[in-house]
Design a protein around this ligand. Structure first.
Ligand SMILES: Cc1cc2nc3c(=O)[nH]c(=O)nc-3n(C[C@H](O)[C@H](O)[C@H](O)COP(=O)(O)OP(=O)(O)OC[C@H]3O[C@@H](n4cnc5c(N)ncnc54)[C@H](O)[C@@H]3O)c2cc1C
Length: 612
C-alpha cells in the first residue's frame, strides 16, 4: 500500500517493454482558505421578436457543452464582423440541447451536479477566445469574476479556484452578449430536445428529434460530447447495488450522495472505496469531504498516481499574474525556440524504440534545466502530428500505453482541490492503493474487493498475493468514455447508436472517438465525407491527438496530448479552426436563394429560456 503517495512518486513511460522513462513529480500541499461562493442565477435571455425569411435554414449545433458553445460563440463573432449580413435577413443559429441544465455547460460546466466542483485550471487559462483576439466589449472570464466580486468579495476566490458552474454561467452570458453584438444579424434559438437520427442530402441535412419533430438544417455540427462512462467489467457485479455509484456527475449521483451523507453509512466506522486517482476521483473525494463524510476513504488505481498541484515551481514573474507552477509563456522559455532534439532522430529514420529512448533522455535533461513537465510536454505536442505521420503504428501504441502518465504530466490541479485531498491523506482519513481489481462481490454488507498490488509502474508485484478488503460504499471515479468503435448495443446515446446501425460513421484509428476530415467534416462508414455534417469536441479526441490546428493557449499549432485534446483550450482550438475553415460555406448554405425579389416572412420569437 502507498500510504503517502503525495510526497513523491515515480512515473514511467513503457514502450514495447524496452523503454522506460523515469520521472519524479513532487507535490506540495497548499494552504488556502476555503471561501464561500454565492450562487448566481443566470440571467434569462430576453426573448426578442424578429422576422426571419421563411426559407432560411438554420445552422444546427447538436449539443451545448463546451464544444457546441465555443462553436456558437465563434460563429457569432464571425457573423458580427460579416458585412454581407444584415438584420433584415438574419441567419438562424439553433443550439439543440437535450438537458436544459446543460445548456452552455455540458457535463463539465452544467448545473446537473448539486455540488460546485472546481476547474483544474485558474481563470486566466480557460479563456474561450484565441490568444490576443478577445473583442474588447466582451469580458474575459477574469473580468467577469472581478465584476461580480464587486458585490460579493468572496466570489473573487474564483480567480484562482474557479467553480465549473460559474464558468458555465459565464459561457451562457457570453453567448447572449455575442448575439447582441451581431446587431440582429443572427437569431439564436435555444431548443431543448434530443437528436436521434440524421439524413444528409445535397440540399441540407434533416435532424430527427426525439419529440418526432424534424429540423431542416443548412449545416449540422455534432458537438455531442462524452458518452457516459463505460463501466469496467469488474464492476458489473456491483451495478445494481444501491451503495454503488457508477458516475459522479449524473442526476442519480445527487440522490446517491445525499443518501450516503445523511444516512447510516456516514459514520466513523464506515468505509468507501473510490476507484481511480485522476481528476474524476479527486472530484468524488472532494464531494465526500465537503459533504462531511466521516468514514475512511480508500482510493485505488493501477499506479496510484496523482496530478501535481500548481505551486510546485516558483517563478516570480508568473506569480504576479497567476498561480505558481502554471506553465510560463513559451516566448520566455528558450528550449521552445526549436523542435525537440528527438525529432532530428525521427526525421533521420532512427528506429522507433531508439527514438523513444532519446525522448526519455531529453525529457530528463529538460527537467534538470528547470522546465516543468507541463512546459516540456506542451512544447512537444506540436511535433505529434509529424511523429504520427512518420511512424503511425508506433506513435499510436505509445500514446495508448502512456495515456494516464501523459495526462498526469501534462497538467496539474488548482490548490483548493489538492489541498483538501492531501490534507485528508495526512490526517489518515484517506489511504491509497496501487493495485488492479480482480473481482468485486456485492452483498448485503457492502462490497468485498479482490485486488492485486502493483509496483509503481502499475505492474503486478512478482510475489503479490491477491488481497481482499470490505467496503460499505463503492464509487467509480474512472471518468468518461470516448470509444465509439463498439457494437450498436454497447452505445448508450440514441443518435450514435442509430448512426452505428446505419454504418454512418467510423471510429478513429486511435480508437478514441469518431473519424473526421481535416476540416472537421464527419466521415461516413465507407470513409466518404458528409456534405453538411461536422463534429467538434470530446468525440473527436483521436483526431485532435494527432492533427495540427492553431490553438489558443499559445501561438503556433500542434496536436494535443491525452485528455488535453479534450480540455478547454484543446476543444477551443478545434472550434476556432472549424469556424475559420467553414464559416463562409455554412453562411452561404444558410442564406435563402433570392425569390424574384419576394421574401415570405414569418414572425419568430427567440425562445432563449429553458423549460421549467
Ligand atoms: C467532469 C468533467 C470535468 C472537467 N473539467 C475540466 C477542467 O476543469 N478544465 C478543462 O480544461 N477541461 C475539463 N474537462 C474537459 C471537458 O471535457 C471539456 O472542457 C468539455 O466540457 C467537453 O465538452 P463537449 O462539448 O465536447 O462535451 P459535453 O460536455 O459532454 O457536452 C455535450 C452536450 O451535448 C448534449 N448532447 C449529446 N447528445 C445529444 C443529442 N443527441 N441531442 C441533443 N443534445 C445532445 C449533452 O447533453 C451535452 O450537454 C472536464 C470534463 C469533465 C467530464
Amino acid at each position: 500500500m502507498f500510504d503517502r503517495p503525495r510526497l513523491a512518486f515515480e512515473a514511467v513511460f513503457i514502450w514495447a517493454e524496452s523503454l522506460e522513462l523515469l520521472l519524479i513529480l513532487r507535490k506540495y500541499a497548499i494552504i488556502k482558505a476555503v471561501t464561500a461562493r454565492k450562487d448566481h442565477r443566470m440571467a434569462a435571455n430576453s426573448p426578442a421578436q424578429q422576422t426571419l425569411p421563411e426559407d432560411t435554414k438554420p445552422f444546427v449545433i447538436v449539443g451545448a457543452g463546451f464544444a457546441g458553445t465555443a462553436t456558437a460563440l465563434h460563429f457569432l463573432l464571425k457573423a458580427a464582423e460579416d458585412p454581407s449580413l444584415s438584420a433584415d435577413k438574419p441567419l438562424k443559429l439553433t443550439v439543440l440541447e437535450r438537458y436544459p441544465q446543460q445548456m452552455h455547460g455540458g457535463i463539465a460546466y452544467g448545473r446537473v451536479p448539486a455540488f460546485e466542483y472546481n476547474l483544474n485550471l485558474s481563470s486566466k487559462r480557460v479563456t474561450p477566445f484565441a490568444a490576443g483576439k478577445k473583442p474588447r466589449d466582451l469580458p474575459s472570464f477574469e473580468e467577469y469574476i472581478q465584476e461580480r466580486a464587486k458585490d460579493d468579495p468572496p466570489f473573487a476566490d474564483n480567480l484562482a479556484n474557479p467553480s465549473r458552474q460559474v464558468y458555465g454561467q459565464y459561457l451562457h452570458d457570453l453567448i447572449d452578449a455575442a448575439v447582441a453584438r451581431t446587431g440582429g444579424k443572427v437569431v439564436l434559438e435555444r431548443k431543448y430536445d434530443e437528436a436521434v437520427d440524421l439524413v444528409d442530402t445535397p440540399q441540407g441535412t434533416t435532424v430527427h428529434l426525439k419529440s418526432g419533430e424534424r429540423l431542416q438544417a443548412a449545416h449540422v455540427m455534432l458537438a455531442t460530447g462524452f458518452k457516459e462512462a463505460v463501466m469496467p467489467k469488474f464492476a458489473f457485479n456491483a451495478a445494481a447495488h444501491p451503495q454503488f455509484l457508477d458516475y459522479p456527475y449524473s442526476h442519480r449521483a445527487n440522490t446517491f450522495f445525499d443518501k450516503l451523507l445523511n444516512g447510516p453509512n456516514n459514520a466513523e466506522d464506515k468505509t468507501t472505496l473510490v476507484l481511480g486517482t485522476g481528476l474524476s476521483a479527486m472530484d468524488t473525494v472532494i464531494r465526500l469531504l465537503d459533504g462531511g463524510y466521516k468514514g475512511k476513504i480508500t482510493m485505488l488505481s493501477r499506479k496510484a498516481q496523482f496530478h501535481p498541484t500548481y505551486k510546485t515551481f516558483l517563478d516570480k514573474s508568473y506569480m504576479e499574474a497567476g498561480l505558481q507552477g502554471e506553465p510560463r509563456p513559451p516566448d520566455t522559455l528558450p528550449f521552445t525556440k526549436k523542435d525537440p532534439d528527438f525529432m532530428g532522430a525521427v526525421r533521420g529514420g532512427t528506429p522507433p524504440q531508439r527514438v523513444f529512448k532519446e525522448m526519455l533522455y531529453e525529457f530528463r535533461k529538460r527537467q534538470r534545466e528547470g522546465y516543468t513537465s507541463e512546459e516540456i510536454l506542451s512544447h512537444w505536442e506540436k511535433s505529434v502530428p509529424e511523429l504520427f505521420a512518420r511512424m503511425p503504428e508506433e506513435t499510436n501504441k505509445f500514446l495508448a500505453i502512456n495515456e494516464t502518465l501523459i495526462n498526469l504530466l501534462r497538467v496539474g490541479t488548482t490548490p483548493e482541490i489538492s489541498e483538501k485531498v492531501f490534507a485528508a491523506m495526512d490526517g489518515g482519513q484517506i489511504d491509497v492503493i496501487g493495485g488492479t481489481v480482480r473481482n468485486i462481490h456485492a452483498g448485503n454488507k457492502g462490497f468485498v474487493i479482490d485486488y492485486a498490488l502493483n509496483d509503481r509502474l502499475g505492474r503486478p508485484l512478482p510475489d503479490g498475493e491477491v488481497q481482499t478488503r470490505r467496503f460499505d460504499t463503492l464509487i467509480s471515479g474512472i471518468g468518461n468514455s470516448t470509444k465509439y468503435d463498439l457494437p450498436p448495443a454497447q452505445i448508450g446515446d440514441a443518435l450514435w447508436r442509430r448512426l452505428r446501425e446505419k454504418e454512418a460513421f467510423q471510429g478513429h484509428v486511435l480508437r478514441d472517438g469518431v473519424a473526421v476530415e481535416h476540416d472537421f467534416t464527419l466521415k461516413n462508414g465507407d470513409g466518404t465525407a458528409y456534405r453538411n455534417v461536422s463534429a467538434v469536441g470530446s468525440h473527436i479526441s483521436g483526431h485532435m491527438n494527432v492533427t495540427a490546428y492553431p490553438y489558443p493557449e499559445k501561438s503556433g499549432s500542434g496536436a494535443r496530448l491525452g485528455a488535453f485534446t479534450l480540455n478547454i483550450s484543446g476543444i477551443l482550438g478545434a472550434a476556432i479552426a472549424f469556424t475559420d475553415m467553414k464559416y463562409d460555406d455554412i453562411r452561404r448554405k444558410m442564406q435563402p436563394a433570392p425569390q424574384n425579389g419576394l421574401q415570405h416572412k414569418t414572425a419568430y420569437r427567440s425562445p432563449g429560456v429553458a423549460p421549467a
